[in-house]
Design a protein around this ligand. Structure first.
Ligand code: COA
Length: 375
């Protein structure tokens, strides 16, 4: 068994508020969004149904879904000042910085003037994030100015692929993106969502809440882990090489990205779901090398340290098989998680008290300021 820290450091295990949106690893429930199990949602819904569920509280019926998808489609257009800015951001910039800047800029151009506009603002972000990041990526890397509006795909995941590759994705690729966005859509009081809630608790605007959440998600201990996991998998030429290297890395106290979790102790239910699709994509590609390395890492991590893959790990080979550049992996997480962040902002606002924990002081005792010449 792993040597888990029993302490409450990092607010581990402490209840920091109430939520009706999600359960994470609760006995008898597992991972649920508004009472629906993650496996059920991943198998039977589209991402837009899940986003609607999370943000409006119920699963849409057929006409509500149609209207919602039409609404999101109409919100894809990017304002010219945003396009101008995207064109000025250098190719070397990390795409999460592009997302953060674009979210903030949209808040300048289309501010949320009253909280009654919160759903509109959240939907605007949800609808425009794929266009924002793909527009910047294609312009900075290929010199191409893409159209973000004249696209066939209704589903946001498929739309992302269509923008990136200029073709409507296959059934399998659309399905994987759909499931991926569902898996990433919500996860209770994780670091980025808690960031959004703290910001919301000051009664700030929703663009500020989501901009700060993007900043939190970026780190490698949170959403950035899917990119780091891919870099690690890429660094091995064979499963055998990984099996030999990982125990050494563990012995050197290196973090193996895409493994472990702050709440789950035995497994992350999202991993098995995305792993199945990574396998299907490997079969489709007719080359299982990346998948085999990933699976070998999974096995050796369990046998060496009883650590299991979290949601990010098998996302890495799945995205790679679809041809997605590694640096776009974390922005894809943003595209899904925006639904969860927004719902938490709404929930925080609906019953708010400013979030302001206490700290245990470890600094010097009370002392006097010496005149500057005596210091
Ligand atoms: N690789 C190597 N060791 C790990 C590990 C990993 N991925 N995850 C946890 N451990 C180790 C910790 O270092 C700790 O050892 P220590 O007590 O000697 O310091 C021990 O296992 C117990 O850690 P735990 O309390 O379970 O983790 P945490 O709650 O402090 O941190 C994460 C949770 C997710 C931040 C951590 O598992 C991690 O850094 N994972 C890699 C990054 C990642 O995949 N993030 C995405 C999360 S969805």
């Amino acid at each position: 068994m792993t040597d888990k820290k029993p302490s409450s450091e990092g607010l581990r295990g402490q209840v920091a508020g109430k939520t009706a949106i999600c359960t994470v690893g609760k006995a008898g429930k597992g991972l649920t969004y508004r009472g629906y199990g993650i496996e059920d949602l991943a198998r039977n819904t589209q991402f837009e149904e899940v986003a609607y569920l999370i943000m409006y509280g119920h699963l849409p019926n057929a006409s509500e879904l149609k209207l919602y998808q039409e609404k999101l489609r109409a919100m894809r257009v990017l304002p010219q000042p945003l396009i101008d800015t995207l064109e000025r951001i250098p190719k070397e910039t990390h795409p999460m910085e592009v997302m953060r800047t674009a979210c903030s800029l949209l808040g300048n151009l289309e501010p949320e003037k009253e909280f009654s506009q919160q759903h509109e603002a959240a939907n605007r972000l949800l609808a425009s994030f794929p266009g924002i990041i793909c527009y910047w990526y294609r312009y900075s890397h290929e010199g191409v100015r893409i159209s973000v509006t004249n696209r066939e795909s209704d589903n946001l995941g498929a739309y992302f692929l269509e923008l990136l590759f200029d073709k409507v994705p296959s059934e399998l690729h659309s399905r994987v993106m759909n499931v991926s966005f569902i898996l990433y859509a919500e996860h209770e009081f994780n670091a980025s969502t808690f960031t959004a809630r703290i910001c919301a608790s000051t009664l700030s605007d929703i663009y500020s809440c989501i901009t700060s959440a993007i900043g939190s998600l970026r780190g490698p201990l949170h959403g950035g882990a899917n990119e780091e996991a891919m870099d690690m998998i890429d660094s091995f030429d064979s499963p055998q090489e990984a099996v030999e290297a990982i125990p050494k890395m563990i012995a050197e106290k290196k973090k193996i990205m895409g493994f472990g979790h702050a709440v789950y102790r035995k497994s992350d239910p999202r991993s098995a779901i995305i792993k199945t699709y990574a396998r299907q994509l490997a079969d489709e590609a007719g080359s299982s090398e990346i998948y085999d390395i990933a699976e070998a890492i999974e096995e050796v991590m369990w046998s060496t340290k009883e650590l299991f893959p979290n949601a990010d790990f098998f996302h890495a080979p799945a995205y790679k098989y679809m041809g997605l550049p590694t640096k776009l992996f974390t922005p894809l997480f943003v595209c899904g998680r925006t639904a969860g962040w927004a719902a938490h902002v709404f929930e925080q606002r609906s019953d708010n008290r400013i979030i302001r924990p206490a700290a245990e002081y470890t600094g010097p005792d009370l002392r006097k300021v010496k005149p500057i010449g005596e210091r």
